[in-house]
Each structure stands twice: as structure tokens, then as C-alpha cells.
Write a protein that binds this ligand. Structure first.
Ligand SMILES: NC(=O)c1ccc[n+]([C@@H]2O[C@H](COP(=O)([O-])OP(=O)(O)OC[C@H]3O[C@@H](n4cnc5c(N)ncnc54)[C@H](O)[C@@H]3O)[C@@H](O)[C@H]2O)c1
Length: 335
């Protein structure tokens, strides 16, 4: 049995609790939240021991795996503490807000040799996996995506210093899919503004965002996202190439080729698929089951933070590969 702990017992943790508890290979043994009643509520429902201090939980429980479900600003050294004890990690997106800090975490994780997945759960959709297989031998020319949705109820979301804004915190899922399907990005530019929620007290994140990217392959990409007052959340991703257009809208995948258009609909339980895959990876040691490794989530964070930097500076940002020895930097001449 995989002995599992969870840190952060809020909204997304409730989703993980269900799947950990239902997984026959796993035992949900401990839960930690700085708010005691949140940990106790999970404890009462699932029988896991309740903690308010993650170090105490890691010291007392012999965990095999830890789900990290704290908000973006609150990661502290949770990952390092788990990694140094050999505890495998599933870390919710975004991995943090400070790129250097997350890079240091990634190095500790690498050194510890543990398995580390991230919460980019949409990769586990069958529609996405089918799209990935279809695109494997295709030359992509363009990717366009959007996501519009209401203001999440979590109080920290509207605070730029705590969430990083909608692109870093939420629409990171959509950008992650663009990277997953079309590869790395070498240039990014973004415009962001707070226009629709100017009257919301304490709101410091932009609520309208437009992003342009150039992929390493030379393909061009575009992503729009907005926090909208209307309750009509929508998102879509489209990939264009010579003789094909592929569209993913949630569980549905449409592929249009000259003369034929095929739509396929798959199951939607991506959270369960993600958690089951991670737990099986821990049990078997098969890292290949994890479709969104921590290292790839780090790349997604780099790109979303670069978009924020571009929006702040008004100029595009070049993303150099780490192995090229150059960090992300604004392009002096926007050209
Ligand atoms: N993968 C997804 O689809 C998905 C969906 C929702 C949220 N998330 C991500 O999950 C994370 C949490 O989001 P949420 O909506 O559950 O937030 P939330 O505010 O509902 O829950 C966070 C919980 O963490 C606790 N907490 C904060 N700091 C802590 C610490 N240092 N130690 C222990 N507990 C701590 C809080 O008390 C709270 O109970 C965010 O990064 C968010 O982006 C992912």
C-alpha cells in the first residue's frame, strides 16, 4: 500500500481526497492544514490523522507520497522537506511564484531521485492524449486557445502577490496544453489589464489578458484569457497545420482534414486518472505513468511568468534554454 499524506486541505484537496480514498493501492494516512478545522474535517471524513504542521506530519508518519495542495504563495520548503525524506510528490500547479525558488526545489527533487508530478490534470484527458498521438508526426503552424471564466472564490486569487494572476494561476492549464502539444516557446509577449473588475476591493490581478508566442519549432501561438462576471465559462484550443485543424473543447476532440471532419468524445474524470497514474507510478516506480512531471511544470511556470514580465515591461521576452546558459530576459529592441 502507498501511504499518502496531503498538505493543504482546501478546494482542490477535496478532489484528491476522494481519489486517494477510492484507490485500492493507497492508504490516506495523514492530512495537514494550517487551519486546524480544515485538517480535522478531512480527518473526520477519511480517517487520516490531522496535523497543522507539515514537518511534524512528515516526521511522525512514514509517508510514501505527499500531495501538495497549498496556494501558490504558500509552498515554503514543503517540497524540499518531503524530497529529503524520500517522499514522492504530486504538486498542484502553479509550482510557486518565484522562479529561482522553484528551480532550487526542482534541483533538490532531482538529487533526491524521487518521483514528482504536477497538477496539470488536463494532460490526462483522453481528448488530449488522442490529440498528442495525432500530432506526433505533424508539422504545426499555429496554436490558438482561450479560457474565460468567473472569479474563483478563494480570497487569495485576486491578489497578484499571492496568485501571480489568472495566467499563472488558472489559465496556466491552457498554456501548459499548448506547450505539451506544440513544444517549447522561445519568445513571448503579453498585454494584460484590469478592466472588468475595477470596482472589486483588493483586486490587483489583470482580468483581461492576450498572449502571443513563438514556439521553438517556429510555429506561432496565441492565447486569450479573461475573468468575466458572466457565468459562461468557456475554453478551447485549436491546432492548425497543412491539411488539418484539430480542436479540443474539454472532453471533445475534433479533427478536420480535407473532405472529413471527425469528432470524438471521451471520459472527463481527469483528476481521477491523474491521481491513479501517480499512485501507480509510486507503487511500481514507473515514472512514465506521470504525464505532467515537475520539470515540465517548471517550464510552464517559466513561460507564464515571462508573460507577466512582458506585460509589465511592454516588450517581448526571449526564453533561452537553461542549457544554453542564459536566463529569460526581455528583448531590448522589440523590433
Ligand atoms: N489542478 C486543478 O485543476 C486545480 C484546481 C483548483 C486549484 N488548484 C491549485 O491548488 C492550489 C490550492 O488551491 P485551492 O483552490 O485548493 O485553494 P484553497 O484556498 O481552497 O485551499 C488551500 C488550503 O491550503 C491551506 N494552507 C495554506 N498554506 C498552508 C501551509 N503552509 N501548510 C498547510 N496548509 C496550508 C489553507 O488553509 C487552505 O485550506 C492552487 O495552487 C491552485 O491553483 C488546482
Amino acid at each position: 500500500m502507498v501511504r499518502v499524506g496531503v498538505v493543504g486541505a482546501g478546494g482542490i484537496a477535496a478532489e484528491h481526497f476522494k481519489h486517494i480514498a477510492a484507490n485500492e493501492q493507497a492508504e490516506f494516512v495523514a492530512v495537514c492544514d494550517i487551519v486546524l478545522q480544515n485538517a480535522e474535517a478531512a480527518s473526520a471524513r477519511y480517517g487520516a490523522a490531522a496535523y497543522t504542521d507539515v514537518t511534524a506530519m512528515l516526521d511522525r508518519e512514514r509517508l510514501d507520497a505527499l500531495f501538495v495542495c497549498v496556494p501558490p504563495f504558500a509552498h515554503g520548503d514543503i517540497e524540499e522537506q518531503a524530497a529529503r525524506r524520500g517522499v514522492h510528490l504530486l504538486v498542484e500547479k502553479p509550482l510557486g511564484l518565484d522562479l529561482e525558488e522553484v528551480r532550487r526545489k526542482a534541483a533538490v527533487i532531482r538529487e533526491a531521485g524521487i518521483l514528482a508530478g504536477s497538477g496539470y490534470c488536463l494532460r490526462y484527458l483522453e481528448s488530449v492524449q488522442r490529440a498528442k498521438r495525432y500530432l506526433a508526426d505533424k508539422e504545426i503552424a499555429m496554436v490558438r486557445a482561450f479560457r474565460f471564466g468567473g472569479l474563483p472564490p478563494t480570497p487569495w486569487f485576486a491578489d497578484m502577490a499571492k496568485s501571480g494572476g489568472q495566467l499563472v494561476e488558472q489559465t496556466t492549464h491552457n498554456l501548459d496544453l499548448m506547450l505539451y502539444l506544440a513544444g517549447g516557446v522561445r519568445r513571448i509577449s503579453a498585454d494584460m489589464a484590469l478592466l472588468l473588475h475595477k470596482d472589486v476591493a483588493g483586486m490587483t490581478i489583470p482580468d483581461v489578458t492576450s498572449v502571443n508566442v513563438v514556439f521553438d519549432s517556429g510555429a506561432i501561438g496565441h492565447l486569450d484569457t479573461a475573468v468575466i462576471p458572466q457565468p459562461d465559462g468557456r475554453s478551447s484550443l485549436e491546432v492548425l497545420g497543412r491539411n488539418f485543424r484539430l480542436t479540443i473543447e474539454g472532453t471533445s476532440l475534433t479533427i478536420a482534414e480535407p473532405g472529413t471532419t471527425t469528432t470524438w468524445r471521451g471520459p472527463g474524470d481527469f483528476y481521477r486518472a491523474q491521481d491513479d497514474a501517480f499512485l501507480q507510478a509510486v507503487q511500481t516506480g514507473d515514472a512514465g505513468l506521470i504525464l505532467a512531471p515537475y520539470e515540465e511544470a517548471l517550464r510552464t511556470l517559466e513561460v507564464t511568468l515571462a508573460a507577466n514580465a512582458s506585460a509589465a515591461s511592454g516588450i517581448p521576452v526571449l526564453l533561452e534554454r537553461e542549457d544554453a546558459g542564459v536566463a529569460a530576459a526581455p528583448i531590448p529592441d522589440a523590433g
